[in-house]
Design a protein around this ligand. Structure first.
Ligand code: Y12
Ligand code: CO
Length: 173
């Protein structure tokens, strides 16, 4: 399946994604296509709405201690629900849909989720560190929320100005 990353300010990123009910070949094809796109664009997380599919699907691959992202470490997360959350942490986040921008965002330090795998089996996961941050970032995409939506008014204004300039420069080059 040919996929392209949707970039801010595309309104599709504001869509609330729908629950997956069918764990069929179409879902598997989407997952199989999202993973190489994420890796080839240096991503560690990607939500289906970022490739124009409004379904509650995420792929994650947190780099290991050597910075590698082997395919066996991939996490395919469908219909996730946070069951526990704790603590607070700050991390400079980036997003494939908001190229070239990184901002400090406050998140829960640890989260537990229930989710389904590609075959519809129910799983649980307790996450901390970068994985916990990535899960929260990607789950926000399912609600149509971007990390830049969490910025203060003044930081958001600054971002909009810089982003507009970046888009103009990109168009001219
Ligand atoms: C911590 C913080 C954020 C997340 C969400 C997942 N974010 C990403 O995977 C971000 C990837 C990203 C990749 C970039 O590299 C390229 O596009 C080649 C990038 O660089 C530029 O835009 C130039 C920015 C972000 C999880 C955990
Ligand atoms: Co993102």
């Amino acid at each position: 399946m040919k996929l392209n990353i949707v970039e801010y300010p595309d309104k599709r990123l504001k869509t609330i994604s729908k629950e997956v009910k069918l764990f069929d070949d179409k879902l598997h094809d989407l997952l199989d296509s999202m993973y190489p796109l994420m890796i080839n664009t240096n991503g560690i997380g990607l939500a289906a709405i970022q490739v124009s599919h409004a379904v509650r699907v995420l792929v994650l691959n947190i780099p290991d201690d050597d910075g590698e992202q082997p395919a066996e470490n991939i996490l395919e997360i469908i219909n996730p629900v946070i069951t526990h959350k704790n603590g607070e942490t700050l991390y400079q986040e980036g997003c494939l849909s908001v190229p070239k921008f990184y901002e400090d965002i406050k998140r829960y330090e640890t989260v537990s989720i229930n989710y389904q795998d590609r075959n519809g089996n129910t799983k649980t996961l307790e996450a901390d560190g970068l994985l916990a941050i990535a899960i929260q970032h990607e789950m926000d995409h399912l609600e149509g929320i971007l990390f830049i939506d969490k910025l203060s008014y003044s930081r958001r204004k600054k971002f909009e100005k810089e982003y507009k300039r970046m888009l103009k420069e990109r168009k001219e080059s």
